[in-house]
Design a protein around this ligand. Structure first.
Ligand code: PHE
Length: 537
């Protein structure tokens, strides 16, 4: 009996899931990737035949580069200096070991099933390349809560050294600002640049925006005032049986202003890349790059992971007109690799000190690219934040060094969970990460205590990672806000003959896996352009 296409696809779906079906359809060219699917670099299948590409680094950018080039028929070799893939995407579980330069080795002792995303930990809904590869590779995503109004905020200024729920500060501030604007809008001498009809609309809107209460119900023209009438800022006494409850008296405007809590924690969920909820791979961020690792190679047996040479550290890059020569040390033995092209994802803080024959202005740009440090602390603990503070995910903020505490967005009501007990970047991270691990954990304990009484007793199995202390990262991510970023990425993004830089650090999504993917596509396209000068466009 002839096998129908549908029957075969169903069989395949049982073997390999929807991803296998998709791959097969794509391989047969029955299915053109839909235009809305970002993860469809349309290189002709055999266009890279006979060409080799050396990829430096098996992080997200290197893996994506290898995946796309392999599909187009290129022969790829990934040189990775460590014994694991993923780069800064690191999920720590029981038994995992790591060591920072100049610090004690650490081993994760969490219970089975618990993990810390020590690198990236969240995916915004508009990072379509990340999401599309998740779709393609069957990587399950679940919500990552960035902000809950139950999260805490603690300012160290003398005016407000108190820990409060975000809700209280946020809605009190919004209410007061609405009230002020309402008052201004009623002062003819201010000559607001708004027509009379729109002014009325503005006033109506402010009532909604700030939960304003009419000062005098009989007159439409009196200013409104903010009283936390509908308890957005919280209750002093919660509603009960035949009892509407009693809203809290709002925080005073001066108190909020002096506390500095508006600078900038309160508004972080307004950033386009953060927002109140994001996504995370179920089971750990490493599920994402592992999706690449398990993809079957297009022209040989084995998976993408088979292309990685672990323990192979590039030491010198020599770019010639017809090839790129990479000198590397393979578990202590010096070796040489000649490839037609080379894509380097080596972090700039390391790359800039490497021996290369690249033009001086290019290496100069690498030197100048501003790279920020970043540090995290992780704890396993009984879920006291759920029981004591009604916190189910999100982040609490403090003006102290730890800066923030992340709560797990999954596993609610189970016995234990993992907290990110500190996450700082820039100079604060440089200072913090200089300290011995035990010191960092002690500080994180003490400062956490000021957000959650009893914290010190609850948190266990501490881990501290300073990305600038890691030998093969030596930094967190590039600082897009620094003046030196823009002009230097313009230089670094230019292919240098057969040598091309990838990695999130050359994108305006630095510090995001989306940037790593964008840079990978950019590198793949740059190679394709050289191989097929008249091709695709
Ligand atoms: N993506 C990381 C985070 O969400 C680092 C980052 C922060 C990158 C802010 C850019 C801006 O924390």
């Amino acid at each position: 009996m002839p096998m129908t296409r549908r029957g075969m696809l169903r069989g395949m779906a049982r073997l390999g899931g929807a991803g296998a079906v998709y791959e097969t359809l794509a391989a047969w060219d029955f299915l053109k990737p839909p235009p809305a699917m970002a993860a469809s670099l349309a290189l002709p299948r055999e266009s890279g035949q006979g060409k080799t590409v050396a990829i430096l680094g098996a992080g997200v950018s290197g893996l994506c580069t290898a995946y796309e080039l392999d599909r187009a028929g290129y022969t790829c070799i990934i040189l990775e200096p460590t014994r694991r893939a993923g780069g800064r995407s690191l999920t720590l579980r029981r038994g995992d070991r790591f060591q920072e330069m100049g610090h004690d080795a650490q081993e994760c002792t969490f219970d089975d099933g618990q993990y810390l995303n020590a690198g990236p930990g969240r995916i915004p809904h508009h990072h379509v390349h990340v999401i599309d590869y998740c779709r393609r590779f069957n990587v399950a995503l679940e919500p990552y809560i960035f902000a809950s109004r139950a999260n805490l905020i603690r300012s160290g200024t003398p005016e407000a050294g108190k820990t409060r729920p975000v809700r209280e500060a946020y809605h009190s501030l919004q209410g007061h600002v609405a009230e002020l604007l309402d008052k201004c809008s009623r002062r003819p001498e201010l000559e607001l640049p708004i027509g009379k009809d729109d002014l009325e609309k503005l006033q109506e809107m402010l009532v909604q925006f700030g939960d304003l209460s009419p000062a005098d119900r009989s007159s439409k023209n009196t200013a409104y005032s903010y009283k936390n009438q509908h308890a957005r800022a919280g209750y002093e006494r919660p509603p009960g049986v035949a009892d509407p409850g009693k809203p809290l008296s709002p925080l005073k405007l001066e108190e909020i202003l002096r506390s500095n809590v508006w600078d900038d924690w309160l508004f972080r969920d307004g950033e386009v890349y953060w927002q109140t909820s994001l996504m995370q791979p179920t089971g750990g961020m490493d599920m994402f790059f592992k999706g690449f690792l398990r993809q079957p190679l297009s022209r040989q047996l084995g998976t993408l992971e088979g292309l990685i040479r672990y323990g192979a550290k590039a030491t010198e890059i020599d770019v010639q007109g017809d090839r790129v020569r990479i000198n590397y040390v393979d578990s202590g033995t010096p070796r040489t690799l000649d490839a037609d092209y080379c894509v380097s994802t080596i972090p700039m803080s390391i790359f800039r000190n490497m021996k290369t024959n690249l033009p001086a202005p290019f290496m100069e740009a690498a030197k100048k690219l501003p790279i920020m440090a970043a540090g995290k602390v992780g704890w396993q603990a009984p879920r006291f934040w759920e029981i004591d503070a009604n916190i189910y995910g999100g982040i609490s903020w403090t003006s102290e060094t730890i800066d923030q505490i992340w709560y797990p967005s999954s596993g609610y009501l189970s016995a234990t969970g993992v907290l990110t007990g500190a996450y700082m970047r820039g100079d604060a991270a440089v200072e913090f990460n200089k300290r011995p691990v035990a010191d960092r954990l002690r500080i994180a304990r003490q400062q956490g205590e000021r957000l959650h009484p009893g914290y010190t007793q609850h948190v266990q199995h501490g881990l501290a990672i300073g990305w600038n202390n890691m030998e093969f990262q030596q930094g967190g991510w590039a600082d897009e806000d620094a003046g030196d970023f823009g002009p230097n990425v313009q230089v670094l993004a230019q292919p240098q003959g057969r040598f091309i830089v990838a990695g999130d650090h050359i994108t305006f999504w630095s510090g995001w896996q989306e940037g790593a993917l964008l840079a990978a596509w950019h590198a793949v396209a740059a190679i394709d352009k050289q191989v097929r000068p008249a091709g695709g466009g």
